[in-house]
Design a protein around this ligand. Structure first.
Ligand code: AHR
Length: 493
């Protein structure tokens, strides 16, 4: 089978925002505790930051990290995580005990060590305007007030200067602590945004959109919330998780096309309202929700209230990595609307990086597409057309057999990301780019290693799933442009 992809070096969708390569750290399971923070671990520094994890995070290359939740934030009191007294509290959202040993200052120090911008979420579940403005004053006001002086007394003389703030989390979901109707949430978000802006007019605010495209309120939620917050927010969030259901691999492999459609619908609503608002895909990933529903929740209930229990530590396969690759391509194809994105999450909890307490840290299969795209995609995303066979899927209709995104920088460096959704056969791709003459520096692929199953995973002891060189790439240049031909292995990124 063969696919023809065509584009013009001058025809771009838009610049690639560096914030497209964000991640997410929630106080959930072992994301923080025994994830990035483990005092006494052989690689930890005096602050308890695991050096092996920091090294992998730097290699992965996230640019911005959302914190401290997630569902957790909707019941969180940020004051518990600052100063010398750290109360132990129940975290109802994840049926856990939160020790609060790790809090705001620790996270800021960790993010600084990792070289990542912080995106801070406020609690609009159990709390409201006062808490949001308090934490903002604590973080961003230089000094001379009770809250800013408290920060200084707690060791941070200079303000944290967070620019990006999320107004709550998934408030459309009945599972959310303090779940609200769109009108209730829209009003609260608007009034919170108004006061936050009075304190710091330079903020970028993200209002909560839908938790997923199948929410019964999807669409109306966005319309209502955006009407309330018009002129007060800069971005609306979109959350999207994909999984393979009932062995329907084709639909799973089409997740990137589903994300394109989801983004398109939200963009259409923004346009319908005439607003200048970006889309913040601030939770996206692949996640086997059956495991959460059928295994983890029962374990949590049986185990009682514990600190950092193991939850949703999904072992990612080759297929999962291929889907993550195509989701990243979807983000690149939508840079004219998507202003930032955060893969959820960073460590242990549905994460590219896994750890064992007292043991090693390792790269999951999904680490690789994220790492490669964050490192290689830059400059502008190219507008491309795809001609060739289509894949008929039960969940997402007909999609291109080969999914593509490509970027090109002023320096002349470029990158092409291809996903072969054909599970049984290789696909030949001919890519014609007009208006540019170039060579191929490197070509690699992530696919089932040596014909092993697509279910292969990386573990603490062995990590067979990683990109390998892709031989046989042919390049020809002529005055009109360049043509590359390459054969993609079945089910590959
Ligand atoms: O990332 C895990 C959870 O998924 C988050 O806490 C929540 O916002 C979403 O439902």
């Amino acid at each position: 089978m063969s696919v023809h992809i065509e584009g013009d070096a001058g025809q771009v969708i838009g610049p690639v925002p560096r914030r497209l390569f964000g991640s997410f750290v929630e106080h959930m399971g072992r994301s923080v505790y025994t994830g990035l923070y483990e005092p006494g671990h052989s690689t930890s520094d005096e602050r308890g930051f695991r050096g092996d994890v920091l090294e992998l995070v730097r290699e992965l290359g996230p640019t911005v990290v959302r914190y401290p939740g997630g569902n957790f934030v909707s019941g969180y009191r940020w004051e518990d995580g600052v100063g010398p007294d750290r109360p132990r509290r129940l975290d109802p959202s994840w049926h856990s005990v939160e020790s609060n040993r790790f809090g705001l200052h620790e996270f800021v120090a960790w993010a600084e060590a990792a070289g990542i911008e912080v995106m801070y979420a406020v609690n609009l579940g159990t709390r409201g305007i006062q808490e949001a403005t308090d934490v903002l004053e604590y973080c961003n006001h230089p000094g001379g007030t009770e809250l800013s002086e408290r920060r200084r007394a707690n060791g941070a003389d200079r303000p944290f200067g967070f620019k990006l703030w999320c107004l709550g989390n998934e408030m459309d979901g009945p599972w959310q602590i303090g779940h609200k109707t769109a009108d209730e949430y829209g009003r609260l978000a608007a009034e919170t945004a108004r006061v936050m802006r009075m304190i710091d007019p330079g903020l970028e605010l993200v209002v909560a959109g839908s938790s997923h495209a199948d929410m019964p309120t999807f669409g109306e939620w966005e319309r209502t919330v955006l009407r309330h917050t018009a002129g007060l927010v800069d971005h609306i969030s979109l959350h999207a998780y994909y999984q393979e259901l009932h062995g329907d691999t084709d639909s799973y492999l089409a997740s990137g096309a589903a994300l394109d459609a989801y983004i398109g619908t939200v963009a259409g609503i923004i346009d319908e309202l005439g607003l200048d608002v970006g889309i913040s895909v601030d939770e996206w990933n692949v996640w086997d929700l059956r495991r959460w529903n059928e295994v983890d929740q029962a374990r949590l209930a049986e185990g009682g209230w514990r600190e950092h229990p193991r939850i949703i530590e999904d072992d990612y396969t080759v297929t999962d990595a291929v889907v993550v690759g195509s989701l990243l391509s979807s983000l690149l194809r939508n840079v004219d609307r998507v202003t930032m994105a955060n893969q959820a999450q960073l460590v242990n909890v549905i994460a590219p990086i896994r750890t064992e307490p007292g043991g090693p840290a390792w790269r999951q299969s999904t680490f690789h597409p994220f790492q490669r795209v964050a490192a290689l995609a830059g400059g502008s995303s190219l507008r491309l057309s795809v001609e060739g066979p289509r894949l008929r899927t039960a969940q997402h209709g007909e999609v291109d057999l080969v999914d593509v995104a490509a970027t090109v920088e002023d320096s002349g460096r470029g990158a092409v990301f291809l996903t072969n959704r054909a599970t049984a056969a290789p696909t030949e791709v001919r890519l014609r780019l007009r208006g540019a003459r170039f060579g191929v520096y490197a070509a690699e692929t992530l696919t089932a290693p040596d014909g092993e199953s697509r279910h292969a995973v990386n573990t603490a002891v062995s990590q067979p799933v990683r990109p390998v060189p892709l031989p046989g790439t042919a390049v020809t240049s002529d005055p009109g442009g360049t043509t590359i031909t390459v054969t993609l292995p079945p089910l590959s990124w």
